[in-house]
Write a protein that binds this ligand. Structure first.
Ligand code: UD1
Ligand code: CA
Length: 429
């Protein structure tokens, strides 16, 4: 097969996002949209990947080469900016706002576009608003014209066949044709779609693969689809989820078989969760949380940069940051790993079988040895040796006959009665 250069169009202003943040760097399931696009295009083993960027962004770390489009004059102008870097026989062009695209759908375009000057990926959408519509030549799989939403007549807006923004071109053909594109349209832009008449139409099987992100709603939709795919993949590999809809797992996360994930759980970035864990409900496992087998992390526990050994329990209301925790450790409710001094992060180590009493503060850097104990309610600032117990709290004193010195409120009046009074008697003063 002939060699293909990929051009990712990513210089647009993203103005419909209304948020002053580069659209290609918005995250979907923990990865920038641009990274999703790059992962998909790498599957067709391109000769090289070129990103077209604006003068204010630099996407060099994602791709092989970048080129700046000086002014945002439209998608045809953007592709033209990349021509100086293209030397393969074919070009696959893709909008840089398509996080759900897969290698399979791109490979299909490459296969079915073979022998044509141009080919375009398409699908039918029930709600095609915003997309360019493809008008075919009669009943054939050939483009007569692509009309943008803003240029379309009411009749054309009824068309459900949309332009995905993914094209395959013979390089020689598109270099020759693109110079004929004019900006004679509603947006006064050079539309790449005006170079598409005559192109082969290639239908995608799953319309979701072709969803573009132009506004915040579409970003949320893309996240939902990506997360559903991630969860289904994990379940296929033996992970149990009580409620997949309320389980938020990033693309790079690994979860071992037999692990049960309970509702409201978030697992982020490059976390690696072992087999047979029980996670959640309402656990927040942030970047680089690594657990052994049979770990239990319960409700309202947040972890970050934490290694947690096999059979360890962290049941409730706890923050674990920059921690190296051994095997079969018990971390009591309300424990805080105090890792941050305002400038630097410090590490806390907890050895195998250690017992951390409830409401312990572990002020890092600090080492709790194996089979060591901290007494509940302690603020631990010094290392605790093997088999020792660290206790660091005030002794209790009781003040007798204190009751009458405390002001009391009458709780007999119900909340509803109070509300009724508030809402019926406006303040006249
Ligand atoms: C584009 C297509 C539309 C298609 C839709 C699919 C055109 C004219 N229209 O519309 O038919 O249905 O994608 O999602 O192409 N860009 C630049 N420089 C520019 C303008 C755009 O690099 O001067 C880039 C953008 O960053 C974006 C891509 O080109 O990645 C498409 O631009 P966008 O404004 O998102 O076009 P759509 O209106 O979505
Ligand atoms: Ca778009």
């Amino acid at each position: 097969m002939s060699e293909i250069d990929v051009v990712i169009l990513a210089a647009g202003k993203g103005s419909r996002m209304k948020d002053n943040f580069p659209k290609p760097l918005h995250e979907v399931a923990g990865l920038p949209i641009l990274e999703w696009v790059c992962r998909a295009v790498r599957k067709i083993e391109p000769h090289k990947i070129i990103a077209v960027q604006s003068a204010s962004e630099d996407f060099a770390s994602y791709v092989d080469e970048t080129v700046v489009q000086a002014q945002q004059l439209g998608s045809a102008d953007a592709l033209q900016a990349a021509f100086s870097k293209v030397d393969a026989e074919k070009i696959l062009v893709i909008n840089g706002d398509m996080p759900l695209v897969t290698g399979d759908v791109l490979a299909d375009l490459v296969a079915k576009g073979e022998g044509f000057d141009a080919a375009v990926l398409t699908t039918s959408l029930k709600h095609p608003f915003g997309y360019g519509r493809i008008i075919p030549v009669g009943q054939r799989n050939v483009v007569e014209q692509i009309v943008e939403e803003k240029d379309a007549t009411d009749d054309q807006r009824q068309i459900q066949l949309i332009n995905s923004g993914i094209y395959l071109f013979r390089t020689e053909y598109i270099k020759r044709t693109i110079s004929q594109v004019t900006a004679n349209n509603a947006q006064k832009e050079f539309y790449l779609t005006d170079a598409l008449p005559g192109a082969r139409i290639v239908q995608a099987d799953d319309w979701r693969d072709l969803l573009g992100v132009n506004d915040q709603k579409q970003l949320a939709d893309a996240n939902q689809v990506a997360r559903k795919r991630i969860n289904e993949q994990l379940m296929a590999n033996g992970v149990s989820m009580i409620d997949p809809q309320s389980t938020y797992i990033d693309a790079n996360v690994v979860v071992g078989a037999g692990t049960v994930i309970k509702p409201g759980t978030v697992i982020e970035r490059d976390s690696v969760i072992g087999a047979d864990n029980e996670i959640g409900p309402y656990a927040h496992l942030r970047e680089n949380t690594v657990t052994g087998t049979d770990v239990h992390i319960g409700n309202f526990v947040e972890t970050k940069n934490a290694e947690i050994g096999a059979h360890t329990h962290i049941g409730h209301l706890t923050y674990v940051g920059d921690a190296r925790i051994g095997e079969s450790v018990n971390i009591g409710a309300g424990t805080i790993f105090v890792n941050y001094d305002g400038k630097n992060k410090h590490i806390t180590k907890v050895g195998d079988h250690a017992f951390i009493g409830s409401n312990t503060k572990l002020i890092a850097p600090v080492d709790i040895a194996r089979e060591a104990i901290t007494a509940a309610g302690s603020t631990i600032t010094a290392d605790v040796a093997e088999h020792a117990m660290g206790i660091a709290r005030q002794r209790q004193t009781n003040k007798p006959e204190f009751w009458d010195r405390l002001p009391h409120e009458d709780f007999a009046q119900t909340y509803r009665e109070k509300k009724r009074q508030e809402n019926q008697a406006p303040d006249e003063s």
